[in-house]
Design a protein around this ligand. Structure first.
Ligand code: IFM
Length: 441
């Protein structure tokens, strides 16, 4: 059981679950084109076991069963994403009609069940044909993405409850072009800086397109981490500020204050595209809400070597299956900080929150008490923020289903529903039942 129930939250507060296309659908079906995740996974050493999204949870064929699970959990809203390569297999040009039909059936299936569809246009599976042209490092991607937005939203834009262009710009840009552990696996500061700017430019162009179609309730979704200095030294404080800068403040600053942090310019400035300042009005145009994806905090220490002169340090708190420290207070602090420093009056949503556990089915049950505790603790911080007047209006758990956890493959289980990746059988976990009960009360 969860400690908190629906009635503990303000009237109209929404509860939902999140997923993404490549992680659950099965990309080898329905005419989807190849993506940079297919080739990244096919390259030795990139993904645990070389696993890919070919089958994933086979949501493509089991959509109705999965939508019934959402309904039976008493969720109000479902956050899903649309695969660019499923809709436009070459990234541009010819539309795969079957792909668009799939997303229309998804939206209609949600509405029939009384669930609000919350669409994200891009959650990381870039069509290979566009990766060949430089992907996010190429400024033209903003135009390609605007065209993709048009194609998708001309079909479903009249029925979705909300839409956001891009999930987690930090991951699209930094994790994939600097850290190199997500596709396309680059480790290059120039490509990183360009991707950081272009991902926000693409966001801006996409918002413009959707406004042009008359859509409302458009937002931006950032993943944020609570960065903490490893000790009391000035060097650790500086390193932490840099980490917070390229992780949190760069994207929030661009989206909500039309500016990038000055203190990052020694590292990033020389590599940003020329005349980037000219794009800031487009990037920072008004959106209707902001989504925060929150999982963990990070301990940061200074380090030798090139910018950003820092390293992450393993912390002492209890950890999830993927080694992330559990730190619920970070969610409260970030909600407050984002509201006060960036988004001001517009609603905030916690668009992802959850944990990976090493779950297994025994006697038809999955006892994931650790996840129940995690959800309880984080919901308590969301409630605290709401009680203090921060306009947080909803909470989505990551994720509905166990799924493809990118470079870590299928071992980390983030779902409130267990998926047996051989039989593809779904088994709702204790956390699913706890949420379902809490949302009735
Ligand atoms: O699985 C991911 C998701 O794709 C984006 N946000 C974080 C999740 C857990 O790592």
């Amino acid at each position: 059981m969860l400690d908190l129930n629906r009635s503990d939250f303000p009237d109209g507060f929404l509860f939902g679950a999140s997923t993404s296309s490549y992680q659950i659908e099965g990309h080898s079906f329905g005419g989807a084109g190849k993506t940079h995740w297919d080739t990244f996974a096919a390259t030795p050493g990139n993904v645990v076991g070389g696993q890919n999204g070919d089958i994933a949870c086979d949501h493509y064929h089991r959509m109705d069963e999965d939508l019934d699970l959402l309904r039976d959990a008493n969720f109000d809203v479902y956050r899903f994403s649309t695969s660019w390569a499923r809709v436009l297999p070459e990234g541009r040009g010819k539309v795969n009609a079957e792909g668009l039909d799939f997303y229309e059936r998804l939206v209609d299936g949600l509405l029939e069940r009384g669930i609000k569809p919350a669409a994200t246009l891009y959650h990381w599976e870039l069509p290979s044909a566009l990766a060949d042209l430089g992907g996010w490092a190429n400024r033209d991607i903003a135009g390609w993405f605007a065209d993709f937005t048009q194609v998708v939203m001309e079909r479903i834009g009249d029925r979705v409850w909300s839409a956001a262009p891009i999930n987690e710009p930090w991951c699209v840009a930094w994790m994939s072009h600097f850290s190199g552990n997500h596709a396309p696996g680059l480790r290059d500061v120039r490509a990183t800086a360009r991707a950081m700017h272009h991902v926000l430019l693409a966001h801006g162009r996409s918002i413009e397109v959707m406004r042009g179609l008359g859509m409302e309730n458009l937002g931006a979704v950032c993943n944020l981490e609570y960065a903490v200095p490893v000790d009391g030294s000035e060097a650790a404080a500086k390193a932490t500020r840099t980490y917070d800068g390229f992780y949190n403040r760069f994207f929030l600053g661009g989206l909500f204050n039309k500016s990038y942090p000055e203190d990052l310019m020694d590292g990033l400035g020389p590599h940003l595209p020329e005349k980037w300042h000219d794009d800031m009005d487009l990037i920072g145009q008004k959106v209707d809400w902001c989504g925060l994806n929150y999982y963990t905090r990070k301990l940061i220490a200074p380090a030798e070597g090139p910018w950003p002169h820092l390293e992450e340090v393993t912390g002492p708190l209890s950890k999830t299956q993927v080694g992330w420290e559990i730190y619920p207070d970070g969610l409260y602090h970030l909600l407050k900080r984002v509201h006060e420093g960036y988004t001001r009056d517009i609603p905030l949503y916690v668009t992802e929150n959850g944990m990976a556990c090493d779950d297994s089915v025994s006697g038809g049950e999955v006892k994931d008490q650790k996840r129940v505790d995690y959800l309880d603790a984080h919901l308590a911080r969301v409630k605290r923020a709401a009680d203090e007047g921060i306009p947080v209006k909803g909470y989505f758990t990551w994720s509905l289903l166990d799924n493809y956890e990118w470079n870590l493959g299928y071992a980390p289980r983030f779902g409130i529903v267990h998926v047996d990746f051989k039989s593809l059988k779904r088994t709702p976990k204790a956390s699913y039942h706890a949420l379902s009960t809490a949302l009735q009360r």
